[in-house]
Ligand binder design. Structure first.
Ligand SMILES: [Zn+2]
Ligand SMILES: [Zn+2]
Length: 362
């Protein structure tokens, strides 16, 4: 069928173009999109930093309604409302251990944007587009997604607010609740107050952490963090950050959402003995940290990374929805909506930092 999709070619903008969408394959469904969040990962893919072949249809925080089932699909029905998270093969060691973010096929399914057999569901003039990005490619009116990344949604949930649970909010919340373990990390610092960082702060607040320090270069963002549960703010860049943190640290736990090398090094040194730093931000390729193994040993600290906060979306998305329903996840404070045709404005506003979480409404 003919659909409209935002096609990214070389450059910083996309064009909404007519494409051909093939019927869903085995274990897939066709989804009519209601909304899709935009994440920094989409910007990185457009900029060629993730190895995503262009032209590509990006978008990986989709919410929509199933309108057709591929062969073998039994757990979903036509008319089901779904959230689309990230892709995973469903049968490797990581998938079998409820750690789909570390699936053996994660890079191919999510960044390369092709099915495991190399095919793709959207075409233009018989040429396949990269259109299985995060097993969904949701910057489109309709798409084909793998059932493995789907979570069913109740009909009353607002699509534009729920969409960011697919990636950005999931990453930040799960980095705190499932990786950092707030039971032992009572004093927490979060570096970078975009969607991921603010979600980490909301999670730390839900978990009852006694000190939650929000760090960013923009006072508007740390002030929002205070309204979302942070107990203190630090507005500072890498060079003056260490001094600013001396007066309020050390921390039991920290989450880096910036991917900035000087910030990560400073965050690591702001930890107390046996503290843990979780890196959730993506650094530019080819950059390295300078942390001495001697310091690592004598401090007993842990430095680790996380993809999607180690979350299994089918377990964790319903948990986040419970917090949302209980009024503990004010997603309206993060989201700015745009019409689908305003996608380039939305991409520019995310890139410039003018908004925190742009969400397209189809
Ligand atoms: Zn797998
Ligand atoms: Zn994302």
């Amino acid at each position: 069928m003919k659909i409209q999709a935002a096609v990214a070619r070389a450059g910083a903008i996309v064009d909404i173009e007519t494409c051909e969408l093939l019927p869903p394959g085995i274990g897939e469904v066709q989804v009519k999109l209601e909304a899709c969040g935009i994440c920094h990962t989409d910007l990185l893919a457009m900029g060629g930093q993730l190895g995503t072949p262009l032209p590509a249809v990006l978008g990986h925080e989709g919410v929509g309604v199933i309108e057709a089932l591929g062969p073998g699909v039994e757990e979903f029905s036509v008319g089901d409302r779904v959230l689309m998270s990230f892709g995973a093969c469903g049968h490797c060691g990581a998938c079998n251990s409820a750690m789909p973010a570390y699936c053996d096929a994660a890079l191919g399914l999510n960044f390369v944007g092709r099915r495991l057999d190399g095919s793709a569901p959207m075409l233009q003039g018989r040429q396949p587009l990269t259109s299985h990005f995060f097993a969904q490619s949701s910057f489109a009116t309709h798409t084909v997604a793998s059932t493995r990344n789907l979570v069913k949604l109740d009909s009353d949930l607002p699509s534009a607010l729920i969409a960011p649970l697919a990636c950005g909010v999931q990453t930040g919340m799960s980095a705190v609740l499932n990786v950092l373990d707030p039971a032992v990390s009572n004093r927490v610092a979060v570096f970078g107050c975009g969607t991921v960082g603010l979600a980490a702060i909301m999670a730390a607040s839900i978990a009852g952490c006694s000190e939650i320090v929000a760090v960013d270069i923009k006072p508007k963002r740390t002030e929002l963090a205070l309204r979302l549960g942070a107990t203190a703010q630090v507005v500072s860049r890498g060079d003056s950050l260490a001094d600013a943190l001396k007066t309020i640290g050390p921390f039991d736990g920290a989450v880096d959402c910036t991917g900035s090398i000087p910030v990560i090094e400073t965050a690591f040194r702001a930890l107390g003995r046996r503290g843990q730093l979780v890196c959730a931000g993506v650094s530019p390729p080819g950059r390295n940290l300078s942390i001495s193994p001697r310091e690592l040993v004598f401090s007993g600290r842990t430095l680790r990374g996380t993809v999607e906060g180690d979350a299994d979306p089918r377990e964790f998305v319903p948990q986040m929805i419970n917090y949302f329903r209980a009024g503990r996840l004010p997603l309206d404070q993060l989201v700015t909506t745009y019409k689908f045709c305003e996608i380039n404005q939305a991409l520019a506003d995310l890139s410039s930092g003018a908004v925190i979480k742009p969400v397209l409404v189809m």
